[in-house]
Design a protein around this ligand. Structure first.
Ligand SMILES: [Zn+2]
Length: 451
């Protein structure tokens, strides 16, 4: 889109056992409100923070390396205080580090910088209630340059980023821990920031709304105000939240309680060696090694768990056939049930066995799809599922067709004298026995051959 400039700020919780500056557990999801807290993470006067959580720092370095950033090594990185007043922040400031990585890029999108900070608590406006269990949980913040030219581009890129984070395995896996701020300007006008969007789809919706809103203002000769807006998910619109909050308003200052830390170059090298094969490289390998289409490879690779299962399955199954199942029927079934492959208890072996049956033509594709739907929810050996579904022998269409023809001699004879209805009757009989799971075209073909 012409004149559209979008930048993103992504916040995701790092998967550490304890918070950033204290030993309170970060796994507070089942805890009662305000139980997973201490004087440090509730910002009580006189409380002294512990040293920075090393695991959080290492995770941040790993992410920055994977995003092709230059790591700020061998010089001091300072924790800073960012001041603002809100009920979820009892200390009145949020601790945020200086950049850990800078000048990265992912898929031709420039990454401005990567740093860590602490999550505030949660304020429930309607109830007037504050829960500080989340307060002090380590976050990674990734900031891009304003290089996206459409809401769709932003969403697609976020999906790629999420896939990389998934591979790195250092961020929380729960839904809804990622929060995104998106800034947008039209024709180099004022920048509007939309805060705290909780899904990629909503990023796209919020930005689409903003383009219309700002475009309307400009057409009427009005100016777009520089402001922070909030996205309303139900109304699908943005509304102003805080006016003209500038960087100066935050009164950034070094945190006197925390000595600057220096990331040693050898630590960066050590972490670099622990990086897994990342999606781009894996996609290329899948195309080369398994002769998959680029699209199928990218689709499978986007989920590290699915990619692992795929590699296990293709030890015994033709990779192209398997890939078509992974991006076709399997994906459809999982989406329908709102699941990811890792949510299903189905084993690689069970899936391989099912694909083997189709590969050998023992069951039809349609029957296999029915079996798969069942297996995803209630995993078992496919033969068992076939039996449980009550479709005995439905793999061997020829046997069924033979018995139908034998039992219906008159219809068979009628067909031979040119009665089309007789043929349809026989097809119907076969369909009945296979409970609709067999492909009618295939039945017709085999039946004609038999007659
Ligand atoms: Zn604490």
């Amino acid at each position: 889109m012409k004149g559209v400039k979008i930048g993103l700020e992504i916040h995701e919780q790092l998967d550490t056992k304890s918070k950033l500056f204290c030993t309170c557990p970060t796994d507070y999801r089942d805890a009662e409100p305000n139980k997973s807290i201490c004087p440090v993470c509730t910002g009580q006067p006189g409380s002294k923070p512990f040293g920075l959580n090393e695991k959080a720092l290492n995770a941040a370095i790993k992410i920055a390396i994977a995003l092709n950033c230059k790591i700020v090594a061998d010089k001091p990185v300072q924790m800073r205080r960012k001041h603002y007043i809100y009920p979820d922040l009892p200390s009145g400031y949020q601790r945020t580090s200086e950049s850990i990585g800078v000048d990265g890029n992912l898929d031709s999108v420039q990454i401005h910088e990567v740093h860590i900070e602490e999550d505030p608590g949660r304020f429930f406006l309607r109830e007037g209630f504050v829960d500080l269990n989340r307060s002090g949980t380590p976050l990674i913040e990734i900031t891009t340059d304003p290089v996206f030219d459409s809401p769709q581009h932003a969403r697609e890129w976020l999906e790629k980023l999420a896939s990389i984070l998934d591979y790195l395995n250092v961020t929380k896996k729960e839904e809804g821990t990622m929060r995104i701020d998106a800034n947008i300007s039209l024709n180099n006008g004022n920048k509007v920031e939309i805060k705290n969007i909780n899904s990629f789809r909503n990023v796209e919706k919020a930005l689409t709304f903003e383009i219309t809103r700002q475009g309307d203002l400009l057409r009427r000769g009005q100016t777009v105000e520089r402001e922070t807006r909030h996205f309303d998910e139900k109304m699908i619109l943005t509304s102003p939240s805080r006016k003209k909050e500038t960087e100066e308003d935050y009164r950034h200052m070094p945190d006197p309680d925390i000595p600057p830390l220096t990331i040693k170059k050898y630590l960066v090298d050590k972490i670099r060696k622990t990086l897994p094969e990342l999606p781009q490289a894996k996609t290329k390998r899948f195309v080369k090694q398994y002769k998959l289409s680029g699209q199928n490879a990218e689709n499978i690779v986007s989920d590290p768990y699915a990619a692992d299962v795929f590699e296990a399955v293709v030890k015994t199954i033709d990779p192209v056939l398997a890939s078509n199942w992974f991006v076709g029927q399997l994906k459809k079934t999982l989406n329908y049930n709102n699941m990811k492959l890792r949510d299903s208890k189905m084993t690689e072996k069970q899936l391989s066995s099912l694909l083997k049956l189709t590969e050998k033509g023992k069951i039809t594709e349609r029957a296999a799809e029915l079996v798969l739907r069942e297996m995803v929810l209630r995993p078992a050996e496919p033969e068992k599922v076939i039996e449980n579904l009550g479709i005995s022998d439905f793999g061997d269409l020829n046997t069924i067709i033979k018995s139908v023809v034998d039992k219906n001699e008159k219809a068979a004879a009628d067909y031979k004298t040119g009665k089309k209805e007789a043929f349809e009757f026989l097809v119907g009989q076969v369909m009945k026995i296979t409970k609709g799971s067999a492909d009618p075209e295939k039945i017709r073909k085999l039946l004609k051959k038999r007659l």
